[in-house]
Design a protein around this ligand. Sequence first.
Ligand SMILES: [Fe+2]
Ligand SMILES: [Fe+2]
Length: 171
Amino acid sequence: MTLVDEIRLLMAAPSMTANDMRTLLRRDHDEIVQLARDMCESESGDERRALLKQLKPALFAHTRAEQREVYDVLLRRQGDDDAREIAYEGYVAHTVQDDLLERMTKSRKTESDEWKAHSQVLLELVTQHVDKEQGRLFDFLTAQYNDDEREAMGRRFVAAKSRLALKVKAA
Ligand SMILES: [Fe+2]
Ligand SMILES: [Fe+2]
């Protein structure tokens, strides 16, 4: 995130602290969307492959930590249809993204138009999912949790992401 983005974010949401869950999710989202966009816009097969290598672990750590520390928390809210719907739809969106990423990883023809089409669809999926999370999910987190709870959630999210990153490195 650039300094300008950071300032814009703080102005838009003065109550959102740096460790708030929403701030942490948004920071990851910005990074992921940027990588997906760069990959989609690149005309070089080698560069596309290099960007995929960066995007995959970033998306993996983000989605798995998000599932554990956000979606699963929402799923445990028995009788809260809204929370459960957000979580289930999120899980499905992650699965579709994973599937596409897997196909792109298996294909060696990163310079082909077909591969570019895959990266275009991935960018669209990621962007749509991020927009939805920053809308509906953020509204939910704002309404249902206070500042301290969102910061505690954020700490657990960061810890989960670190553990996942170690796991990816060890694999
Ligand atoms: Fe997310
Ligand atoms: Fe997500």
